[in-house]
Structures are given as C-alpha cells and as structure tokens.
Design a protein around this ligand. Structure first.
Ligand code: NAD
Length: 367
C-alpha cells in the first residue's frame, strides 16, 4: 500500500469515527447545558484520576462521594470538587443516594469483588453506573449486574478507557479496513506494574491475579479489534515467589486464544516481571506494534509497522484528549441522550467469559 492509499485509509477511519461519535448523540436543547452529576464510590488511586478528568469534561461533574473515610478523604475531595457534606456517604449510608437528585450516576472504583454489589445497589437507587474494569469476578456476577441495570432502566458502562482513545480508534479502523491485509495474529502483554495494594493479592477481593488486573487490556483489545469472541482458550499460570504473598492469586500468566475466523491471540501479564505493555498485530501484508499501549498519564502511545511498502509509524498526542476525559464525556453523553454506551455491561461479561475459560484451561478456576 502506498502513502496516498494509507492517507486515504486514515481519512476514512477518522471520518468514520466522526460519524459514529456524532451518531451517538441526539439533539436535545433541554440537556444541552446540563452536567451529569456523578458520585465516586471508593476514593483510591484510580478514582482520584477519574475525578480530576471529570473536571475537564464538558457535560459531567462530581456531585457526590462514597468513602469509608468521610472525615479525611471525604473532606479532602469534597473541598476539591465542591461536594457538600450532605452528599458525602459511607458504604453503610450508600442506599440514601436514592434521595439525592444532584447525583445521577455513580463511578465504581472499588476492589473487583465489590463491583457487583455496588452496581446492583446503585441501580436499585435509580442511579446510572460507570463501573471500572474488570466488571466483576465472574460471568454470573456480570449477568446479575446487567439484569439489575436493565430492570431499573439505568445505563451500565464499563471503564474500558482505550475504547475512547483516538489513537486506538484510528488504528482499529485501519486494521479493519484491510491496511495490514488479512489479520493472522495478535500478541499483547502488560508487564512492569508491581502490585501496590494488598487487596490485589487477596482472591476474595481481586477474584484472580494479574490477568483480571492487567492482562484484561490486551485480551479486550483483541476482542474489540476482531469483533469476535474466542472459541478456544489456553492458559498457564506460574508463581516463582514462594513467600506466600501469592498464595491465592497467580503471579504470572500466559494465554492463547483462537477466534472463529482463525485469528490467533496470545498474551501475558505479571505482577513480578519487568517489561512494557504492548499490542502487536500481524497481517498478511503488514504489521503494527503499539508500545506503550495500555498505561495512562503523561505517556504517548507509539506505534511502528508497515502496510505493504508504506511506513505506519506514528504516535498519539500526550493527554489530548485524555482517555479518562473522553470516557467520562461519553458516559455523560449516554445519560443525557439516553443512548447505549460503546462499552456496555455485555462487553465486561464477554471479557469475564474469556477470562474464566483461560483460568479453567490453566487449572486455576475463578469464582
Ligand atoms: P485502590 O486500592 O487505590 O482503591 C480502592 C478503594 O476502595 C480505596 O479507596 C479503598 O479504601 C476502597 N475500599 C473499600 N472497601 C475496601 C476493601 N474491603 N478493601 C480494600 N479497599 C477497599 O485501587 P485502584 O487501583 O483505584 O483500583 C480500583 C478499581 O479500579 C479496580 O477494579 C481496578 O481494576 C480498577 N482500575 C482501573 C484502572 C484503569 O486504568 N481503568 C486503573 C487502575 C485500577
């Protein structure tokens, strides 16, 4: 493929993105200036990043907080985001969200095994839900969450931030438009992140090890790029650390999947390995490699590759737009215009089904 053809494909991909993005909204003068009020649930490290991003979103604001530490974290973040004291809740008073009209939705950033309970309680309180990945610790929980939100007629979106990243979206469109020929395989990995919080090593809170936390990124990217669900799943887990720290979750995991089209996917993740995070794609006439691919913050997504004779190298902008801002804006837009999120509960369920199959193949079943 020559450069002109590549430029045409890029323009096509961007045009498609524009059409889809504008197609998600409907004109609504009543909601044009309204901001969706969101309560953050669990004020840990990712909630802090998300709340900061919401302050840059044009259609959302933080209007509530749910924390086990109202006198410290509640006061601190309440002051930062202008949340009044009567909109700061604990896990015990969570259900009173129902009586607060300033809170339209919740953002759930709790340990994985708590996502299901708080999603269902939020739905029953009539609040829309943006839940962090992994959606839950089993497919059965995911189904309960989807049912509860459907029954309550509230939105359920899972925080797959790379779906809202302009570079990822552009490259996905290129791959799907045939720029690399017929795709044969994907490889991906997420390494270099040392475990920080103890709950991640406790199976009752985390549900599993690095696959649920980190490996879910390349797995989800492969499912998203192919629009296929894995037909065959294989996995191997290993823990070299014999201190007992990894008594209930794996330290490292490698997996392979095969999609119905015949595309192969392989990936890995670990809480102990130095390394980077990447997604590689091999087609019959071209290849692409994004690295770094899955981290956030002040990083540039970089990609290298070829499409026939054309060079595909490039990089995304730094934080412009920030993935979390785009994600929050999309969620609020879905609430305001009653449209379906691009990453609904069904997307989280599909990941959990694949993860369960990988863990089962590795002899280390979850939940
Ligand atoms: P964290 O440990 O920093 O925060 C967890 C919060 O939950 C804390 O405020 C903690 O006080 C609270 N909590 C309530 N009950 C708890 C309990 N029983 N045990 C432990 N903590 C409890 O974790 P985090 O890194 O913010 O992760 C939270 C969720 O966000 C996880 O599901 C994780 O997978 C997800 N996450 C997503 C991204 C992303 O880029 N989208 C990045 C990091 C984490």
């Amino acid at each position: 493929m020559d450069r002109r053809r590549f430029a045409q494909l890029s323009a096509l991909a961007l045009a498609n993105m524009h059409v889809r993005a504008s197609g998600q909204s409907s004109d609504s003068s009543t909601s044009a200036n309204r901001r969706v009020g969101i309560a953050a649930v669990g004020l840990g490290s990712i909630a802090e990043v998300f709340m900061h991003a919401v302050s840059s979103a044009p259609n959302a604001q933080i209007t509530g907080l749910v924390t086990g530490h109202p006198a410290t974290k509640g006061v601190k973040f309440g002051a930062l985001y202008n949340v009044p004291g009567n909109s700061i809740y604990t896990y015990e008073t969570f259900d009173r969200l129902r009586d607060n009209p300033a809170i339209d939705a919740v953002y759930i950033a709790l340990p994985n095994s708590m996502h299901c309970e708080y999603t269902i309680r939020a739905a029953e309180a009539g609040k829309h839900v943006l839940c962090e990945k992994p959606m839950a610790i089993s497919s059965a929980e995911c189904r309960r969450m989807i049912d509860a939100c459907r029954r309550a007629n509230v939105k359920l979106m899972i925080g797959y931030r790379i779906h809202y990243d302009a570079t990822f979206r552009k490259l996905r469109e290129l791959v799907r438009a045939g720029a690399l020929g017929e795709i044969q395989s994907y490889q991906g990995g997420f390494y270099g992140m040392r475990n920080k919080q103890q709950w991640r090593l406790d199976r009752s809170l985390a549900g599993g090890g690095s696959l649920l936390d980190l490996g879910i990124y390349p797995l989800n990217a492969m499912r998203w790029f192919t629009s296929e669900e894995p037909e065959f799943c294989r996995g191997l887990v290993a823990t070299r650390d014999k201190s007992g720290a990894f008594a209930s979750v794996e330290q490292s995991i490698d997996w392979m999947v095969k999609f119905p089209s015949g595309i192969l996917g392989s990936g890995g993740s670990s809480y102990a390995q130095s390394g980077t995070n990447f997604l590689a794609i091999n087609g019959t006439t071209g290849h692409l490699r994004l690295e770094p691919a899955f981290v956030y913050g002040d990083v540039i997504l970089k990609y290298t590759g070829t499409a026939g004779d054309a060079d595909l190298s490039g990089a995304g902008p730094v934080n412009d737009p920030d993935q979390f801002v785009s994600e929050a804006t999309h969620f609020a837009d879905c609430v305001l215009h009653n449209s379906q999120p691009s990453t609904p509960g069904e997307e989280g369920l599909a990941d959990l089904l694949a993860i369960e199959a990988i863990y089962a193949a590795a002899g280390s079943p979850i939940a």
